[in-house]
Design a protein around this ligand. Structure first.
Ligand SMILES: NC(=O)C1=CN([C@@H]2O[C@H](COP(=O)(O)OP(=O)(O)OC[C@H]3O[C@@H](n4cnc5c(N)ncnc54)[C@H](OP(=O)(O)O)[C@@H]3O)[C@@H](O)[C@H]2O)C=CC1
Ligand SMILES: O=C(CO)COP(=O)(O)O
Ligand SMILES: [Zn+2]
Length: 352
């Protein structure tokens, strides 16, 4: 008997465009979310969008509360849950970069309430995904979480954010190339379940973004539009797979390890981009496609070297040789690569 089943959870409303945050009340009302909104944000996003959103929610008849978090940690999720005890929210709204959005979606899952995603930067593809990414000690969890019921991406606000945040989002998408290669490898060697649809969507998103690179320019709101669409598409791939596999392979393990070794040195997207150059080299060798990955990153102004990341050569080698330990996720790193091999890969690709 055929007993397979799948549950794909996707957003109901994805609203992208200039000044769409003004319409937040209407967008949320149309989803039939009820009760008090608890807005989860961090310092800068609160100033650039959160305070305005609170006004708009009040104008639409809601009674919002706010909680400001500082880190992507389980402690921050607990702080939101504590705030929720008093507020008794009907739904949560995550406003910011990847950090507050991840915390809000995980807290919404724990509270079993709806979640609305309001990105203030196109810096990561967690805008739509039903996963949260949280470091804890020596490991990094990919936590199942509430996917957003609605996404409100105001391209006016996103285009005003520092250019580096947008290039980080582009690099997070370009890294899907190697993530999908790792996923296919894990399928062949370890029988890890692979979704052709999620894999193809993730890869196509990276290709479309690469092709659109000449239109991605500093100060152009159209650029924010292009990148947000790609980030949404990548998040949908993760929702189809019910895993971050389509968008997170060895290049992400490398980045997560950098977060432990040299915390706060560079943006997530920039780290995974450089990781992708290295892991593409490991996949396809010196004559392989690592140059195409590097050139795609360079074409949108994203870092391609340790120096540009502001990270030492030693930290890059340590992260590459230990990245396989951070999570039980089979990739091209297998059970670890030798230091000499890591130095060879990083030197040949010009990363160090
Ligand atoms: N769940 C998933 O599927 C995914 C999750 N992630 C996670 O997302 C995080 C990375 O996302 P990222 O956005 O880089 O991280 P952050 O949320 O830390 O944002 C990066 C920086 O940008 C600032 N910022 C945000 N919006 C603006 C703005 N409009 N103007 C000026 N500054 C702004 C933030 O300020 P402040 O410090 O005040 O917040 C922060 O300093 C990681 O934790 C990563 O693991 C990434 C990809 C996918
Ligand atoms: O960053 C991600 C996808 O871009 C997902 O993060 P994880 O590696 O924690 O699953
Ligand atoms: Zn990522």
């Amino acid at each position: 008997m055929f007993e397979k089943s799948t549950w794909i959870r996707l957003p109901r409303n994805v609203v992208v465009g200039h000044d769409v945050l003004s319409e937040a009340g209407e967008v949320i009302t149309s989803t039939h979310l009820h009760g008090r909104p608890l807005v989860v944000t961090s310092e800068t996003p609160k100033a650039v969008a959160g305070d305005f959103l609170l006004e708009r929610l009040e104008a639409a008849g809601f009674d919002p509360a706010v909680v400001v978090i500082e880190a992507a940690s389980f402690g921050a999720v607990e702080r939101v849950l504590e705030a929720a005890e008093t507020v008794e929210p009907g739904f949560l709204v995550g406003v910011g970069g990847g950090k507050p959005i991840d915390i809000a979606k995980m807290a919404a899952d724990r509270l079993d309430v709806g979640f609305v995603s309001v990105p203030t930067a196109a810096s990561h593809d967690g805008i739509v995904s039903g996963r949260g990414s949280v470091p804890e000690g020596d490991t990094r969890h990919s936590v199942a979480a509430a996917p957003p019921i609605a996404v409100i991406a105001d391209t006016g606000i996103i285009a005003e954010a520092p250019w580096e945040l947008l290039t980080a989002g582009c690099a997070d998408i370009i890294s899907n190339y190697t993530a999908v290669k790792d996923w296919k490898l894990a399928n062949r060697l370890k029988n890890v379940e692979y979704s052709e649809y999620a894999g193809a969507l993730s890869q196509m998103t990276a290709e479309l973004l690469r092709d659109a690179a000449p239109s991605i320019k500093r100060g152009l709101e159209e650029s924010a539009w292009i990148v947000v669409k790609a980030l949404v598409s990548s998040g949908v791939a993760m929702s189809i797979a019910d895993s971050s596999r389509p968008a997170s392979g060895a290049e992400h393990l490398f980045s997560h390890q950098l977060d432990r070794i040299v915390p706060g040195s560079a943006l997530h997207g920039h780290q995974v981009g450089v990781g992708s150059i290295l892991t593409e080299y490991l996949h396809s060798g010196a004559d392989g496609e690592w140059r195409a990955v590097r050139d795609a990153l360079a074409s949108i102004d994203a870092p391609t070297t340790a120096d540009q990341l502001g990270i030492s050569d030693e930290a890059v080698i340590e992260a590459l040789t230990t990245a396989h330990q951070i999570r039980d996720r089979y990739t091209i790193l297998g059970d670890g690569i030798e230091e000499a091999a890591a130095i060879e890969a990083a030197t040949r690709t010009g990363v160090i």
